[in-house]
Write a protein that binds this ligand. Structure first.
Ligand code: FPP
Ligand code: MG
Length: 319
């Protein structure tokens, strides 16, 4: 009993410390944007709902907390927020993190311009860092933008190519997480190559899980309609596995016929039954777990239980 109370106290303390660190990052981001001296942009910025800050948690777990690591967290979070502002315009999404998106509140033009302000200020702050750190982050942002282009292009056709999907999610999502891990390692004098492998695999697994949740979670949990990806033309990993597992041409033709269209109840049921029958969602979960294991393997010499915990909680998450 006493041991479990002690564990509980430790857990609460960890959560409070984590919250304090995340608040510090929010403060730095606000300071950066307020320094630009344009009240309208700052007020809009304050309306962006705060996210999980996965990249910052990762960076701080690798590099520890310092003035410089917290600043780099704020820079990376600004870049990430800018990419989401642009992404919501591209996806015409009215909801982000369960709240109205910036484009829903202020229109697409303002959302694009606010995104530009956030990432150009992030770049300005990045110039104060070691050039090798600035190079890793800025190269990641080029790839992130290419990844978004690939995602949009791929949604024009039904995609059954797993490698193409993996390359796209590497660019769109994993590259910035990989860059975060590399820079964390550089700041801490650790092996940046090994941490890069950890970050890349974490990022790939993260996006695969994100794509799985679009299928397994309900609208209330997701803050957007379930099965939305397929309706938007995105053939994510469970659909690619499902397509490969369907034995007859009629089944494959049926799946193709449901792609990029609004689904009725019968069609949703057909999809769910076939996901179950072919274990396609489970296969995608196993692929995310395999990538997670590769991530842990890459940095095993550091025996960092918290970095292993990040992988486990990311795979087990519900949103
Ligand atoms: C979310 O994907 C989008 C991304 C991870 C990347 C978006 C990148 C850009 C728009 C490039 C521009 C970059 C900058 C820095 C301005 P998603 O649509 O699959 O996920 P969601 O469900 O969270 O919207
Ligand atoms: Mg989107």
């Amino acid at each position: 009993m006493r041991a479990s109370v002690w564990m509980w106290v430790l857990e609460i303390r960890t959560r409070i410390n984590r919250r304090i660190k995340m608040d510090k990052i929010d403060e730095i981001m606000s300071k950066f944007i307020s320094e630009l001296g344009y009240k309208e942009a700052f007020e809009m910025f304050l309306k962006i709902s705060s996210g999980k800050k996965l990249r910052s948690k990762l960076l701080l777990k690798i590099a520890g907390e310092s003035e410089i690591s917290l600043k780099l967290c704020a820079i990376i979070e600004l870049i990430h927020l800018a990419s989401l502002l642009h992404d919501d315009v591209i996806d015409e999404a009215n909801i982000r993190r369960g709240k109205p998106s910036i484009n829903a509140l202020f229109g697409s033009k303002n959302s694009v311009m606010l995104g530009d302000i956030l990432y150009s200020k992030a770049y300005f702050e990045l110039t104060k860092f070691d050039p090798s750190i600035a190079a890793v982050i800025s190269d990641a942002v080029s790839k992130l933008s290419i990844g978004e282009m690939m995602d949009v292009k791929m949604a024009e056709n039904f995609n059954e190519n797993e490698q193409k999907y993996l390359k796209m999610i590497y660019y769109k999502t994993a590259v910035l997480i990989e860059a975060t891990a590399i820079c964390g390692a550089k700041l801490a004098g650790k092996d940046s190559e090994k941490f890069g492998i950890y970050g890349k695999n974490l990022g790939l697994a993260f996006q695969i899980v994100d794509d799985i949740l679009d299928i397994t979670q309900d609208e209330k949990t997701l803050g957007k309609p379930a099965l939305n990806d397929f309706v938007e033309g995105k053939t994510t990993l469970p659909y690619i596995y499902l397509y490969k597992s369907l034995e007859d041409e009629a089944g494959r033709a049926k799946l193709r016929s449901l792609w990029a269209k609004k689904l009725d109840e019968g069609e949703i049921l057909w999809l769910k039954e076939n996901f179950d029958k072919t274990s396609s969602v489970n296969k995608a979960i196993n692929e995310a777990k395999r990538l997670g294991d590769e991530a842990i393997e890459a940095i095993k010499e550091y025996k960092n239980a918290e970095l292993e915990g990040i992988i486990k909680s990311m795979i087990d998450r519900e949103f």
